[in-house]
Design a protein around this ligand. Structure first.
Ligand SMILES: NC(=O)c1ccc[n+]([C@@H]2O[C@H](COP(=O)([O-])OP(=O)(O)OC[C@H]3O[C@@H](n4cnc5c(N)ncnc54)[C@H](O)[C@@H]3O)[C@@H](O)[C@H]2O)c1
Length: 340
């Protein structure tokens, strides 16, 4: 059994903390929000996971040094906009033998860094931690379902096979089946970009479109994500696996997805800012759009669906006009049977 620290007490951090504690691991949870730690330790419940009780064995702390010390594995489970600040805060208390596991999904605007790349970037400020292993854990995994032990699969991605296996062992149990993939960049790109396609999926629902349109979106959305990933040197197979098509299906079709929900509000006519406010949580698909658009230009690939979402969110295009522009766009990507 392992000692595990979880940074972040949102729905995903808490669903994982519960699962790992129930597997017999020694688990502690930290949050930047002090009141959250007070509430969780007093009630053993999370407001966004109704009916789920957290085992007494989970320790809660407001002290990040306490959280990091003596742990074999540190899970970074805050939403992507807080990953850099959280890594910076944890840095002085980490040690080289630990494995860091990012479960956040996003790409940083400007740097285009994935979550583990942001963590690596922060680690440059601590040469004594050189060689610390960093993994990404990603796949079709709604916290709401993991928190009630529904069978789920996930991918442990790391370029160090021993670390990937250790993470696989720790997270595996009767409800969670863990696969390994050395293509950490591909796995993380899938997790970040599928959120933009999920926004599009919600927009289609909000517009009242049906299953034909959604199937087209998911299929062509995957094509786009894959096209960019290949241009960036990722493995094509990653995109056809759990972290790719798996996560895209779950996010683009589920009521649990905040990206999908936000898109639905936009499709129904709410401006993006109001839609985000109504969701009341970080909508990572919206945050990922600027980096995706920059990557599109940097790698000179076509991302028509992501571009259409950008035009709706950031340039005021009416959702129905964006759909029409996709339907009528030049068909050159079909010439030569270029299905990718
Ligand atoms: N929820 C899921 O089903 C799920 C599944 C897989 C991956 N993820 C990923 O995990 C990450 C966390 O998702 P979530 O659903 O738990 O998010 P969430 O919105 O539930 O997380 C909110 C939590 O973030 C922390 N937080 C808030 N403000 C902060 C700040 N300024 N600095 C540091 N921490 C702060 C707090 O602990 C807060 O409870 C995201 O990147 C998400 O994409 C989520």
């Amino acid at each position: 059994m392992s000692s595990i620290g979880v940074l972040g007490a949102g729905t995903w951090g808490m669903a994982l903390a519960r699962m790992l504690a129930n597997s017999g691991h020694d688990v502690a949870v930290w949050s930047a929000l002090g009141y959250e730690i007070d509430d969780l330790s007093a009630t053993r419940k999370h407001p966004k996971l109704p009916g789920v009780a957290f085992p007494e064995s989970i320790a809660f702390t407001k002290d990040i040094s306490d959280l990091c010390s003596g742990k074999e594995v540190i899970i970074l489970a805050v939403p992507s906009p807080f990953i850099r600040a959280t890594a910076k805060q944890a840095l002085p208390f980490l040690n080289k033998d630990q494995i860091l596991v990012s479960v956040a999904k996003g790409i940083e605007k400007g740097t285009h860094y994935t979550m583990t790349e942001i963590i690596s970037d922060e680690l440059k400020n601590a040469p004594e931690l050189d060689g610390i292993r960093i993994a990404a854990l990603s796949g079709p995994t709604h916290a709401e379902e993991v928190a009630i032990d529904m069978p789920t699969t996930i991918v442990s991605a790391c370029d160090d096979p021993d670390a990937a296996s250790k993470v696989q062992d720790i997270f595996s149990n009767t409800c969670m089946r863990v696969y390994r993939n050395p293509d950490i960049k591909g796995v993380e790109l899938c997790g970040a970009l599928k959120n933009i396609i999920a926004l599009a999926s919600g927009i289609l629902t909000g517009l009242g479109y049906g299953d034909n349109t959604k199937a087209a979106l998911i299929t062509r959305g995957l094509t786009e994500i894959t096209r960019l990933g290949i241009a960036m040197g990722c493995r094509e197979k990653t995109f056809y696996g759990l972290a790719g098509i798996g996560d895209l299906i779950v996010t683009a079709t589920s009521v649990h997805s905040r990206n999908n929900t936000c898109g639905r509000y936009i499709g129904q006519g709410l401006p993006a800012e109001e839609a985000v406010k109504k969701v009341g949580m970080v909508v990572e698909g919206i945050n990922a759009i600027p980096a995706a658009m920059q990557l599109k230009d940097a790698y000179n690939v076509e991302l028509p669906i992501i571009e259409a979402v950008d035009s709706v969110i950031n340039r005021g295009t009416k959702p129905s006009d964006a759909v029409m522009s996709l339907m009528l766009r030049d068909k050159k990507d079909e010439i030569g049977f270029d299905i990718i």
